[in-house]
Design a protein around this ligand. Structure first.
Ligand SMILES: [Zn+2]
Length: 183
């Protein structure tokens, strides 16, 4: 989709805008899936531009903190040369975990927009309402459910493929070894 910002064309409607950026995050998630990582993608948008990108890669980076959101926040801070991401919005395909929810507050993200909910570990609406705590020194706005079906389908397809692969591997291990007897 061609995105044009300007006075003549007017700004995209918010929902359309959110879906556009979520598709960018989804394409990053697909990159993660291609290298065997759980597919979650994130981008940071500032003033209509992507300033940070990341996909979940703790295995590839040997880094337990290498979640999509953290990588996108770090890149955005480098791009903007500011550790505070004022007026920046973060789009992520899956509801953030507690670590990433904390990082959103530390980085002063203006708005979090996420796709699928994470019923087991999501810290925003599922297991906790982290961003609504009254002891935080920064309030992050939140929008959920943008392209939720596409975001969760990508995850469930990944886990299904992984289960099938493990089943095949297990079956291969159980095959009796055929040793030819010497003549
Ligand atoms: Zn996380």
């Amino acid at each position: 989709m061609l995105v044009i910002y300007g006075e003549r064309t007017g700004r995209m409607q918010t929902a359309e805008q959110d879906e556009h950026w979520m598709r960018e995050a989804l394409s990053l998630a697909a990159l993660g899936a291609a290298v065997g990582e759980v597919p979650v993608g994130a981008i940071v948008v500032c003033d209509g531009q992507i300033v940070g990108r990341g996909y979940n890669s703790p295995i590839g980076r040997t880094d337990p903190c290498a979640h999509a959101e953290i990588l996108a926040l770090r890149e955005a801070a480098r791009t903007l040369d500011n550790y505070r991401l004022v007026d920046c919005d973060l789009y992520v395909t899956l509801e953030p975990c507690p670590m990433c929810a904390g990082a959103l507050v530390h980085s002063r993200i203006r708005k979090l927009i996420f796709g699928a909910a994470e019923p087991k570990a999501g810290a925003i609406i599922s297991r906790d309402c982290f961003l609504g705590r009254d002891n935080l020194n920064h309030q992050v706005e939140m929008v959920s459910g943008i392209l939720a079906d596409e975001c969760s389908t990508m995850l469930s397809a990944f886990f299904r493929r992984r289960r099938e692969r493990k089943k095949v591997e297990r079956k291969a291990r159980l095959q009796p070894l055929v040793v030819e007897s010497p003549q």
